[in-house]
Ligand binder design. Structure first.
Ligand code: GDP
Length: 518
């Protein structure tokens, strides 16, 4: 009887532990030691790609299969990173390893943060400085703002740490830096405050410019840049941050174009990126490697639907709510009725797909053309169905065989759904494996795909009402994402010195990096 009682209590405790661990909102600890370079596992031999140099030399880490398998799925890149960028990435990795979580330097700076010692009273500045990035909004937004935070950390010699309360970074991406981690530790002193940081707190950057009596600085880079937030993009604003050990940043933007307008960063950025229109391409290839579960989705889908085709076309259709389109993107888009025709016209007018043969008395020809796979991504099946039916009901005039595929029809953007985010990341990545790309205006989802691919997409012109726009799409001036909301009246009004920072294709008030000589 006594034994049964004990067994019952033991079972009860185990169940309680299991239930509370399931309910916990904190993600499981993941990837703490980063990846190792000395794993004895022998990877398959793959073609060398110039971009592989972005990663450290050995690519044999089983905790991140995409690190060494990805070159098998991509065509050799024609874009080469500068040797300076590669050497600065190696330096950054060494810095991160020396200063990352639980190192001596980290522990020392944490004590100062815990004690609340003000920046002004800190007479022994640390040799390690940090930038903690707080995640915000959809996955495309999160990827772009993370890339921006990384470049800022790189050029200001800060260590980038990633905070997201959902643990999605850890579920979706491999650790990018060897033998360390980029995740903010769970026992980080002010972790439970991070979601609540805002522009009214004394630590907000704009407020600190007036009175720097806090132990850290919070940057809030969103529309409006309340309370002097836009000074972050000025040289004077950067001087102030130089001696601050802990900087926290929340944004959902790709704010790199405005970093290029800060004169004190000019030379370093020019050395890192002699070709200014490939910044996100190199950063994204270096930083964002799919985790094993996402890599499994990508490779299975690729092998089933894309691998055997001669040519691959990616089509990303993102239809924003007309309210959002008009409020944020100043667009007159009112209805998605004409969107399917817009996509078809864009494909045909730019010879991305052959026209269909409408001749009823068609004779069956023996010879076949090439096989073309069209990979579509969208929350809805509407656009996919139209193109699939077109090439199912008719043959193409060239006798090319067209297969049209879409991996998911999620309906809505979901928050807090692990599989939803995995699919979104897998689809962005699959789009980036295609040869030619059509994307939707204003969509960060599409920006990620084009940047990873290294392709200048055809951007759809969303129809104003029930009739199509003419033309249906135009080719983007560069593969770079658009910074949707640069601060108005920034410090550098003389834009002639920065011909590589230009208006976005899809948003007049936005900024994007271009090659001025192209
Ligand atoms: P944006 O809103 O287009 O700038 O892109 P974001 O990625 O920031 O946010 C949109 C979110 O909606 C994505 O992260 C997905 O969660 C979801 N979503 C939008 N389009 C698609 C799609 O084509 N496929 C999938 N699987 N999810 C999508």
């Amino acid at each position: 009887m006594m034994n049964l009682g004990r067994v019952f209590i033991l079972c009860f405790i185990i169940c309680l532990i299991l239930i509370t661990s399931q309910l916990s909102t904190e993600p499981k600890l993941c990837g703490f030691i980063g990846y190792k370079n000395d794993d004895p596992f022998s990877p398959p031999t793959v073609k060398k790609d110039g971009l592989q140099e972005l990663q450290t030399i050995k690519h044999n880490d089983r905790s991140c299969i995409s690190r060494y398998e990805s070159p098998m799925y991509r065509k050799q890149s024609i874009h080469k990173p500068s040797s300076y960028l590669i050497s600065r990435l190696r330096q950054y990795e060494a810095l991160h390893k020396r200063c990352g979580p639980y190192t001596e330097s980290y522990n020392r700076t944490i004590k100062k943060l815990e004690s609340g010692q003000s920046i002004d009273d800190d007479h022994e500045p640390s040799d390690c400085k940090y930038l903690v990035r707080i995640a915000s909004d959809g996955l495309g937004n999160r990827i772009l703002s993370l890339a921006s935070a990384f470049l800022y950390a790189l050029i200001t010699n800060r260590v980038l740490l990633v905070y997201d309360n959902k643990g999605d970074t850890c579920d979706l991406f491999c650790e990018p830096f060897p033998e360390t981690t980029w995740f903010l530790p769970y026992d980080f002193p002010i972790r439970n405050r991070l979601q609540r940081l805002n522009t009214n707190i004394p630590e907000h950057y704009g407020n600190m410019l007036k009175n720097s009596s806090s132990s850290f600085v919070y940057l809030h880079l969103f529309h409006g840049y309340q309370n002097n937030g836009r000074h972050f993009f000025c040289d004077q604003g950067q001087n102030f941050l130089q001696n601050v050990t802990w900087v926290f940043v929340r944004s959902h933007f790709y704010y790199i174009p405005s970093l290029f307008l800060i004169e004190s960063f000019d030379q370093e950025l020019a050395n890192l990126f002699p070709e200014k229109d490939k910044v996100f391409h190199f950063i994204s290839r270096y930083l964002f490697l799919p985790s094993n579960p996402v890599w499994d989705l990508i490779t299975r889908y690729y092998q089933a639907y894309l691998a055997k085709s001669d040519e691959k076309i990616g089509v990303q259709v993102r239809v924003f709510d007309p309210d959002i389109a008009s409020r944020y993107y100043n667009a007159k888009f009112t209805s998605d009725q004409a969107v399917p025709d817009t996509v078809v016209t864009c494909l045909l007018d730019n010879n991305l797909l052959p026209k269909i043969d409408t001749n009823e008395s068609l004779t069956i020809l023996k010879e076949k053309g090439k096989s073309i796979a069209v990979l579509m991504t969208s929350l809805s099946p509407r656009y996919f169905q139209k193109i699939r039916d077109m090439y199912w009901e008719h043959s193409s005039v060239t006798r090319d065989v067209i297969g049209v595929f879409q991996a998911s029809f999620e309906g809505n953007q979901n928050f807090n759904d692990k599989m939803h985010d995995r699919k979104a990341w897998a689809e962005m990545y699959l789009l980036s494996l295609t040869d030619k790309l059509i994307t939707s205006p204003w969509s960060t989802f599409g920006y990620v795909a084009q940047g990873l691919a290294g392709l200048r997409p055809y951007i759809l012109h969303m129809p104003n009402n029930v009739t199509m726009s003419n033309p249906a799409c135009t080719r983007a001036v560069s593969m770079e994402p658009c910074f949707h909301s640069p601060p108005i009246g920034g410090c550098n009004k003389d834009r002639s010195k920065f011909p590589h920072v230009s208006q976005c294709d899809d948003l007049k008030t936005g900024l994007k990096l271009v090659d001025p000589n192209a």
